[in-house]
Design a protein around this ligand. Structure first.
Ligand code: ATP
Length: 530
């Protein structure tokens, strides 16, 4: 068994494919016997590995198949039943799902596995993979060879236990002091105020019109939102976007088109952070800190592959500067500072105004921007360097301006913040921003009316309940003190007046309700109610 640690882009795929083919070739497998199982964390990586294996497998008359998310589970099961498979490449989640459906059949199909390869192995120590790994390992023989491959292997021996290694040899292909990043990769950072991040990112790209650039954002919603924004700001550049919620064919098509472009800009989540082998990316930009510091080298390692030169840049807000020395000490990655002189606070404000106009043009983008900001904050709250770059220290108002928010969303993570009143709430009436898509807009009206109706019915029901309670109380009070000649008359007059006022209110609510049902409610009336 081996644990291989070798820089990004240094050829780990071939390093396990070639010996595997040799071993399988000598094993004289039965037609439908799986001799090797390769696990990889993403469907793109699985298909990339299959593409590397295919030429060898055809030559040696071996069959290679893949099962990943995004495919139909019953199709996967049918393939196991009907197809000959000698080499299986899988994402652990999907293989786990199939085992849950057909454990006996899968265990039978994999009883001949002689080689287990786990690519990007350190990812599999994450909690969400634990059950999957345990179940998968229970279906393959213990008497096998196991190889773990990654640019950043786990640091604790115990973390290797989950893989069932026996007498594993450590193989470290390290260059200089950092064994994860290739020596041809230059790592940079630019310090910028939180509210200028988007402007600095755009300016940096604009200054490199002939370069192929990959930008990492923290979440699917950020990718979708900034794709809409960049479409209108980088009009002369081919623009691509991938994230976990895209369909397989869309993701594959976007990655292929980006690979074939000469100066394309790809906006992506970490779905492209590991293993993806696009050989001529010139710049990798990270909009914010990665969720795990070990992911930094994998993201940056999408460039400078196979001995080529490459550059990586991370946008560091002023309050995040401690991250630079953290990377140096913890990940052995030295960052050199660069400036983006063409980005100024005036340009950032102009961009913010432009982004606001884009949101006002389509409610869908307005809502996407808010969701993107919320998921950015949620992921920032969970990153593994929160001791040195905590959410409390983050300039949230500045970041909200980088997202050009019109309103600051209410969220649990920001509930204790005292500085949110510094946010310049736009005076644009957001309830009047329409969807660009007429169908969505028509539906919005209905949804709004249903919401108002529900709101008024709830209010009317609450009011009715309160009045009944009040009446019961009055009745009880009336019975007990009937005989007492006191100011009861005055109290009765007051109660009568209250009752008639309440009846007017009730009439008013019912009148409102009727107007809504007839769709006659004015904007002012809706606002008054709300
Ligand atoms: N011996 C070699 N000669 C020439 N090119 C090679 C050689 N070995 C690998 N390559 C090429 O180097 C590139 C990077 O290889 P690969 O994707 O396996 O890197 P990796 O170490 O797995 O990177 P990552 O850590 O990002 O997954 C690929 O395009 C591959 O074809």
């Amino acid at each position: 068994d081996v644990v291989v640690e070798s820089p990004t882009g240094s050829g780990k795929t071939l390093a396990f494919v070639l010996p595997m083919m040799r071993m399988i070739q000598n094993a004289r497998l039965q037609k439908n016997e799986i001799g090797a199982l390769i696990l990889s964390p993403s469907r793109e990586l699985c298909s990339q590995i299959v593409n590397v294996i295919k030429p060898f497998a055809e030559k040696l008359k071996l069959s290679v198949e893949t099962v990943t998310g995004g495919q139909k589970v019953d199709k996967n099961i049918k393939m196991f039943k009907n197809k000959d498979i000698n080499i299986l490449v899988a994402t652990p989640g999907r293989l786990f799902q199939i085992i849950q459906h057909e454990k006996t059949m899968i265990a039978r199909a994999m009883k001949g596995v002689q080689l287990l390869v786990i690519d990007e192995a350190d990812r599999f120590n994450e909690i969400q993979f634990e059950d999957h790994m345990r179940e998968i390992l229970s279906c393959i023989p213990k008497q096998r060879r196991t190889g773990l491959f990654s640019a950043t292997q786990v640091k604790e021996e115990d973390d290797l236990m989950v893989f069932g290694l026996r007498n594993a040899k450590q193989v470290k292909v390290s260059q200089e002091r950092n064994s994860a990043a290739p020596s041809t990769l230059k790592n940079y950072f630019v310090e910028c105020p939180a509210d200028e991040k988007t402007s600095v990112c755009l300016e940096f790209i604009r200054q490199r019109t002939d370069k192929k650039v990959l930008i990492f954002f923290p979440s699917c919603n950020s990718v979708r939102y900034f794709h809409k924004i960049f479409e209108r700001c980088l009009t002369k550049r081919p623009l691509f976007a991938v994230h976990g919620k895209c369909s397989n064919p869309h993701r594959a098509a976007q990655i292929k088109a980006f690979s074939e472009s000469t100066n394309g800009v790809m906006i992506s989540t970490d779905v492209m952070a590991r293993g993806i082998d696009i050989t001529d990316i010139d710049w990798v930009i990270q909009y914010d800190l990665p969720k795990h510091s070990s992911w930094f080298v994998h993201r940056a390692g999408r460039t400078a592959r196979c001995g080529r030169d490459g550059n990586a840049l991370i946008l560091i807000a002023t309050e995040q500067l401690a991250y630079v020395s953290f990377l140096d000490n913890h990940e052995k990655v030295k960052l050199e500072e660069v400036k983006v002189p063409t980005s100024t606070s005036r340009k950032a404000e102009e961009l913010r105004q432009k982004m606001i106009k884009i949101q006002v043009s389509d409610r869908a983008i307005l809502e996407l921007g808010t969701r993107a900001f919320v998921s950015h904050i949620e992921s920032y709250a969970k990153h593994d360097c929160h001791l040195i770059c905590s959410l409390d220290d983050l300039n949230v108002v500045g970041l909200a301006n980088s997202y050009a928010l019109l309103r600051l969303p209410k969220m649990r993570e920001l509930a204790q913040r005292k500085d949110l009143d510094q946010f310049d709430r736009s005076d644009i009436e957001t309830s009047e921003i329409k969807y660009a898509d007429p169908k969505l807009e028509a539906n919005r009206d209905t949804v709004m009316k249903e919401k108002h109706e529900k709101k008024i019915e709830t209010l009317a029901a609450k009011e009715k309940k309160r009045r009944e309670k009040e009446a019961r109380k009055m009745k009880r009070a009336g019975g007990r003190f009937k005989s007492r000649a006191t100011g009861a008359n005055a109290e009765e007059k007051r109660a009568k007046k209250r009752k008639s006022e309440e009846e007017d209110d009730a009439q008013n609510d019912i009148r409102l309700l009727k107007k809504i049902k007839r769709g006659k409610l004015s904007k002012k009336e809706i606002k008054d109610v709300l």
